[in-house]
Design a protein around this ligand. Sequence first.
Ligand SMILES: NC(=O)c1ccc[n+]([C@@H]2O[C@H](COP(=O)([O-])OP(=O)(O)OC[C@H]3O[C@@H](n4cnc5c(N)ncnc54)[C@H](OP(=O)(O)O)[C@@H]3O)[C@@H](O)[C@H]2O)c1
Length: 268
Amino acid sequence: MDDLWRGTTALVTGASRGIGASFATALAARGVRVVLVARTAAALEEVAGAVRSAGGTADVIALDLAQPGAPAALEAEVARRGLTVDHLVNNAGVGPQGLFHQLPAAAHLPTIDVNVRAVTELAARFLPGMVARRRGGIINVASTAAWQGLQWIPVYSGSKAFVITWSEAVWVSLRGRGVRCLAVSPGPVATPFFEHNQLDVPLPGWLMQSPDTVVRAALRAYERDACHVLPHPAFRLLAWGTRLAPRWLAARLGGWYGAPTSPSTPPS
Ligand SMILES: NC(=O)c1ccc[n+]([C@@H]2O[C@H](COP(=O)([O-])OP(=O)(O)OC[C@H]3O[C@@H](n4cnc5c(N)ncnc54)[C@H](OP(=O)(O)O)[C@@H]3O)[C@@H](O)[C@H]2O)c1
């Protein structure tokens, strides 16, 4: 397994907090040089500082992945620094709350830009090099929200369904090429995600997994070259249940998730 990590570099998007920061720390602990990407330079520097204090190597590149030119700029900056991306962790993600017809198009599109377009473009830019070197791979962070349409986070759940289906297709195409592609479907995770997306979702603390638990499961699955991992045991059951149910029923049952508890939350 050391061969997978030894002397390699991982680019982690959304590394300024939450699951991405946890990926950065866990990869650095495996001896991997980490390139940390998100919008907030100060928060990235804090994560980089923690990695360096633990003896690791971290680089910081602050940019907004919702901008159309961002993946190209990121690839150019990585090359300018003389780095090679062996592992790409497509983790940055956003998901505003609201019934589809209640939000303007401008509220939906950044979710597609960050969760779908940037994810796909970064993979398209970095994967050919991995295939040529027969080494490394991609970890795409999806969500159990992908397993059925969720009316209160409709574009988010659709974007994560894209991530899973596309990752599976890429995983198959990489068989025998020495390169991995893993989709990770976390259930609810205790991160600032809810606060940053103004998601008013009343979930009991005991149902939340820690980012470190999710990342441990993801890296174990990546090490065994799995196609998909769903780290939350209870949500694993739910997710497989939705596969057996008719799609309308799964959507109906999932319809409660994300319903705002405060009457001021839904946009008018
Ligand atoms: N928390 C959960 O319950 C949960 C469950 C299932 C799946 N997930 C998925 O897990 C991933 C990580 O989520 P998290 O819980 O760690 O969320 P989080 O705490 O909100 O972190 C999101 C990360 O993405 C970065 N980001 C957001 N918009 C960006 C943009 N336009 N350009 C560049 N970076 C951007 C944020 O940094 P800046 O704000 O500094 O840019 C931050 O580092 C996401 O894909 C999310 O959908 C989360």
